[in-house]
Write a protein that binds this ligand. Structure first.
Ligand code: SF4
Length: 367
């Protein structure tokens, strides 16, 4: 990505007038220029110098899928080392233009219902690679006369495993010289890394936090999310309380609805008891069918009943609008086509399998 500091330094060294710096930054980040040749106000020699020196983006789109109703655009990005990740643009009827980005190549956490978890973990993304996904979609929207207005870190990977790069990418998204998004328009989602939730609460910005809860008790959670064996639900909820006390900001609990796994009325009552009284919102997520399905999504009527139980208990809950069903918009599915998936556990796996997997996850996280 083109950084302001590098550009200033370069222009000073090449004796390019200082006003060009602002002109170039504005063209690249505000007006959607994809190459230096697109900046019509620049003289040709400067365009050439810049083209020979800088990469405007670290991510290169190599495949695209667009849903029939045009609401969802999914891009497979190639990184400089040849690895691939994906990002998704969702256009909602209420005008929201939300981009979902990846934070890692593959994900080692291997939640049993997640297509991204089948991708072999290779490495964390740099802050430029995270920010450049957003900048790509921002340009894409500008070309269509639209504006990006939300970013969610909910694609492939666990952003809190890549904390320093996450913070740097957030700074770029919020900086008016780059993307200029308000902090409250950005949401970081975690599978539940307790110490990082506390650190995030202590950060000076107002970026939203979403927690992938997906189960109302420890026993079930550790069956579908191996990370729960390392971070117990009690400790997780203590960290959530710390976050709420410290920030006074609402937290979102993400809850994917899996048929006969976590969608019973008992689960709804237990979830209501777990989060009741917290400044929170429960986001029920209809499960997107994937190529590697070992589990089915809940019936619409089951989701409706689940939501009613939460609402009746005084817990704000809504069901996420599902977009892009025809292009398999669940994260990891496009990259899945480009990479050979690794074997997955079944959703309610045998404890020994889950424990073995959790030990691997723990070892990787401690590296
Ligand atoms: S749900 Fe998130 S944390 Fe779990 S495997 Fe998928 S990408 Fe990783």
């Amino acid at each position: 990505m083109l950084s302001l500091d590098q550009l200033k330094e370069f222009c000073a060294a090449q004796k390019i007038p200082a006003f060009r710096v602002k002109q170039i930054m504005q063209a690249v980040y505000q007006e959607g220029a994809e190459t230096f040749n697109d900046i019509t106000t620049l003289p040709a020699p400067i365009k050439k110098l810049l083209t020979d020196t800088f990469q405007i983006s670290t991510v290169k789109p190599t495949a695209q899928e667009v849903s029939k109703d045009n609401s969802t655009v999914k891009i497979l990005f190639e990184l400089p080392d040849g690895n691939t990740i994906e990002g998704v643009l969702m256009r909602f009827n209420d005008g929201r233009r939300t981009v979902c980005i990846s934070s890692e190549v593959g994900c080692p956490l291997k939640c049993s219902f997640c297509a991204s978890g089948t991708l072999r973990f290779k490495r964390s993304l740099t802050w430029e690679e995270m920010a450049d996904q957003v900048i790509y979609f921002s340009r894409y929207l500008k070309r269509n006369g639209e504006e990006l207005n939300h970013v969610v870190y909910m694609g492939i990977g666990e952003p809190f495993r890549n904390y320093d790069n996450l913070l740097k990418s957030l700074a770029i998204l919020m900086d008016p010289q780059y993307v200029g998004l308000g902090a409250r328009k950005i949401t970081v989602s975690t599978a539940g890394i307790v110490e990082k939730i506390r650190m995030f609460a202590d950060e000076p910005f107002q970026v939203n936090l979403a927690l992938s809860l997906h189960a109302p008790n420890q026993e079930l959670r550790q069956k579908i999310m191996p990370i729960a064996l390392r971070y117990k639900l009690d400790d997780l909820m203590d960290a959530v309380k710390y976050y709420l006390d410290k920030t006074k900001r609402r937290i979102s609990f993400e809850y994917v609805m899996l048929r006969d796994v976590n969608d019973t009325e008992e689960c709804a009552h237990e979830l209501a008891k777990l989060v009741k009284g917290m400044l929170c919102h429960v986001n029920l997520i209809p499960y997107n069918a994937t190529d590697i399905d070992t589990v089915a999504g809940s019936e619409k009527s089951t989701i409706k009943r689940f939501q009613e139980i939460l609402n009746d208990a005084g817990v704000p809950a809504t069901t996420r609008v599902s977009l892009g069903q025809d292009i398999a918009a669940a994260c990891g599915q496009l990259a899945n086509k480009a990479q050979k998936p690794v074997n997955m556990p079944r959703p309610v796996a045998m404890p020994s399998v889950v424990k073995k997997m959790a030990r691997k996850v723990q070892a990787k996280m401690e590296k």
